[in-house]
Design a protein around this ligand. Sequence first.
Ligand SMILES: [Zn+2]
Ligand SMILES: [Zn+2]
Length: 267
Amino acid sequence: MIDGHIHTPYCPHGSSDTLKSYIEQAIKCEYQSMTFTEHAPLPSTFEDPVPEKDSGMSFQQVEEYLNDIDRLKAEYKKEIHIQKGFEIDYIEGYEKEVEDFLNTYGPSLDDNILSVHFLKGKSQWYCIDYSPDMFKEAIYDFGGIERLYQAYYHSLNQSVLSDLGKYKPTRIGHMTLVKKFQHLYPSPENWEKKAHKFLELVRDHGYTLDYNGAGIVKEHCKETYPPLPMARQASSMGIPLIYGSDAHTASSLGQGYDSIDSRLLKL
Ligand SMILES: [Zn+2]
Ligand SMILES: [Zn+2]
């Protein structure tokens, strides 16, 4: 059991469960390997569109976060393989700041994820997985749900194509996050076509995918990111899939694992 996407108490919108409690729970769940991927601090010139301004961890805590994991890695090394990393936001137009961050911390990191949560509409930025209300506002601002999906997959494609320097993560987070509220706002008919183009790009660049179980427990989503047929398609194209619980509490480690096809996972 490998889990490549786990949050921590350093996440300001997560829980205060300790790193140790995540590790103990992981051992109980018979994990062999776990990667802590806290939301990296957002670029300082980017204004978080979420009212609480809590989408990423603070810059002041980065060193403490990394040191804490190093200490626990050593302490638990006989029991479980612990990896240290970040979930990095790909935000169009902010590549330089992200590259600077990666150049600073990249050399000490083991494993990272690159994700798209933020899209720029006509009038402002949106965090597409924040709330049904913000998602609805985004649909209006973009001029319909099809355009919103278009913008999401455009940004995902750019995340693969962008130059973020030599420490750029090569695993893309939850590639169907735009479907989080799909039972309230159904996906446009042709969405798979856009997603398929993205898969081709992932394959051509030798990237991998976060096979994320969190969507299953979200009441308006009820499917993994990506859903099973798309995970099978990705796998048949030779794209490695790495399970991610995207846990924001220790007890949600392993979430969605029952709903994924574990035969598709990269070992
Ligand atoms: Zn989070
Ligand atoms: Zn994420």
